[in-house]
Write a protein that binds this ligand. Structure first.
Ligand code: HEC
Ligand code: HEC
Length: 497
């Protein structure tokens, strides 16, 4: 072995062991990175802690060092200079995180019998009025617990993800179901939430009885699962279609679904197994919803990502480029809304997103979506939507409450010039679901008038760098959830979509 390769090897090895691995921040893995390099360099001029010439050279050093001993010495000098920069940044990042709580709690315990019931129900189209859609049609484990679409296609549709055809168009993007137990509220407008006194507030009001609420083991997550079955477009179907859609109240929807499930002996068995001591005939749909929640919480709570390892003290968990990305995220002020272990304040903000699709019955023609104001009827809440968690965000495109943007870089870039970005939003370029092209709502000035000040206060946004950090929030197993798709469900209905 040549001396030079020994030096090369040891140099790289020690860099790796520091977690400041000397990886090229504009790593050569794509042309796109190369093209925007000059842009990055001008960004770098603003970075007070950075000597980027050194960093760039060090990143290329291993190639140069093959040439000979003199270069090797310079290369290792540069590599150690880079390590110093990197370690300084790691320290700064740790100061920023400080004693704030960035550690994600493990999933609460879910009894296996409850999990098995919940998994069956989540995949069973028996829960939909026309027996043609399940919860997982829009939150599929093979699609990172969502549907890969801008706006979902509800009951009546066929197929999964971008291949799905037909069905009712749903007004909002389907969120992923990761780490639900850490969610303080449910839905883009938090219409299922706990109030200040810890009481559950839902669209069902008093119909969600105290007895039902006592059944809930997973708080708002259990309560949430009561609702998709009551929506005509998502699951129930339309009046005249079936007995669920014809129900006179949500209470009757829930009762009729339990009648259906009670006719399938396997379900009677699974329910009584999951809730020992209670006979099926004494159960309500709250028992079903709670089981589905248990399945979601147990299957989709993922707490092992590079970021989590970094938070727990492992300086090797992030590459240098990712550390710089994290600093860019915090320096820009993204954490003012996307802070904490879930990267969400669970509050509501107007970030200037475009509106299209069928809408939520608001504004002229009913095609607008007033967001949180639709729940509170407070004009201060107009166009405010709940801050989404950024965990596993790499896998959950398209983004925003209408799924208006397909790439992480584009979404982050929107924050640099929110007004221009919204005014010039090009639905044909961004949205690959053609039936949505003609549906954009002309609410732009009304939205911009109410833009959240914290959006305008963001500074020095570096989309690519921030995106490289956001990708460290992807949990190890988030794209390997196929094992949670059951081969069949008690009703015998197909589980493929
Ligand atoms: C037709 C597609 C569709 C179906 C079917 C569906 N969902 Fe959803 N899900 C959505 C959409 C869209 C939202 C966001 C709606 C909103 O915020 O107004 C959502 C929101 C959620 C949320 C809240 C996530 C968050 O971040 O707050 C959970 C949990 C959830 N669904 C679970 C379920 C369960 C359980 C079922 C079956 C009982 C189900 N979904 C059926 C599309 C669907
Ligand atoms: C004022 C609060 C606020 C600030 C500041 C903010 N965000 Fe957001 N973010 C939100 C809200 C609210 C949404 C959802 C908006 C909507 O769809 O209407 C969102 C959506 C997102 C999404 C899409 C996630 C998804 O699953 O759809 C990403 C990515 C994101 N923000 C990243 C960032 C980054 C990076 C920054 C800093 C440059 C930032 N945000 C600053 C509140 C904020």
């Amino acid at each position: 072995m040549h001396l030079s390769s020994v030096i090369l090897f040891s140099g790289v090895a020690s860099a790796v062991s520091l977690g400041c691995a000397g990886d090229d921040p504009w790593s050569s893995d794509s042309n796109q990175n190369f093209e925007s390099r000059s842009h990055e360099l001008s960004d770098d001029a603003l970075d007070s802690l950075l000597a980027d010439d050194e960093l760039g050279a060090a990143a290329h050093a291993p190639v140069a060092s093959v040439a000979g001993g003199y270069d090797d010495a310079r290369a290792s000098e540069r590599a150690s200079a880079e390590q110093r920069h990197c370690r300084r940044r790691v320290r700064r990042l740790r100061r920023i995180i400080g004693d704030q709580d960035y550690e994600l709690a493990e999933a609460p315990y879910v009894r296996p019998s409850l999990f098995v019931l919940g998994q069956a129900l989540a995949f069973d189209k028996e829960l939909s009025g026309n027996r043609n859609i399940s919860c997982m049609s829009c939150h599929h484990p093979t699609l990172a617990t969502m549907d890969d679409r801008h706006l979902p296609l509800g009951q009546g549709g066929i197929g999964l993800g971008i291949d799905r055809r037909g069905g009712d168009v749903i007004p909002r993007n389907a969120p992923a179901l990761f780490n639900m137990a850490a969610h303080k509220t449910m839905f883009w407008d938090s219409r299922v939430a706990l109030n200040d006194r810890g009481q559950l507030v839902t669209p069902a009001g008093a119909e969600l009885t105290p007895e039902m609420q006592e059944t809930f083991e997973f708080g708002v997550v259990s309560a949430q699962a009561m609702f998709p079955v009551t929506s005509n477009e998502e699951m129930a179907g339309h009046p005249g279609d079936n007995e669920i859609a014809d129900a006179a109240s949500v209470t009757q929807v829930w009762e009729r679904l339990m009648l259906r499930l009670g006719q399938i002996p396997t379900y009677r068995y699974l329910f009584e197994n999951a809730y020992p001591g209670t006979s099926f005939d004494d159960m309500t749909f709250a028992h079903a919803a709670n089981a589905i929640a248990g399945f979601e919480v147990a299957a989709f709570t993922l707490t092992e990502s590079p970021w989590d390892r970094f938070v727990r003290g492992d300086n090797d968990a992030l590459t240098h480029a990712e550390v710089r990305g994290a600093l860019a995220f915090f320096d820009a002020g993204c954490n003012n809304c996307h802070g904490g272990a879930m990267f969400s304040d669970f509050e509501h903000h107007n970030t200037g997103q475009p509106q299209f699709g069928p809408g939520k019955g608001a504004g002229q023609g009913g095609f607008d979506d007033f967001g949180r104001a639709g729940v509170t009827h407070d004009s201060d809440d107009l166009y405010r939507f709940r801050t989404p968690s950024l965990r596993n965000v790499e896998l959950t495109a398209p983004y925003g409450h209408t799924g208006a943007m397909r790439s992480l870089e584009a979404f982050v870039g929107h924050y640099s010039y929110p007004e221009t970005s919204l005014r010039e939003y090009d639905i044909v370029a961004q949205v690959n679901e053609r039936h949505l092209w003609s549906t954009q709502v002309d609410n732009v000035e009304a939205v911009l008038e109410r833009l959240d000040p914290a959006v305008l206060e963001l500074r020095r946004i570096r989309p690519r760098r921030i995106a490289s950090f956001l990708r460290t929030l992807t949990a190890d197993d988030a794209d390997a959830l196929d094992e949670f798709v059951p081969p069949l469900v008690p009703s015998g209905l197909p589980v493929a979509d």
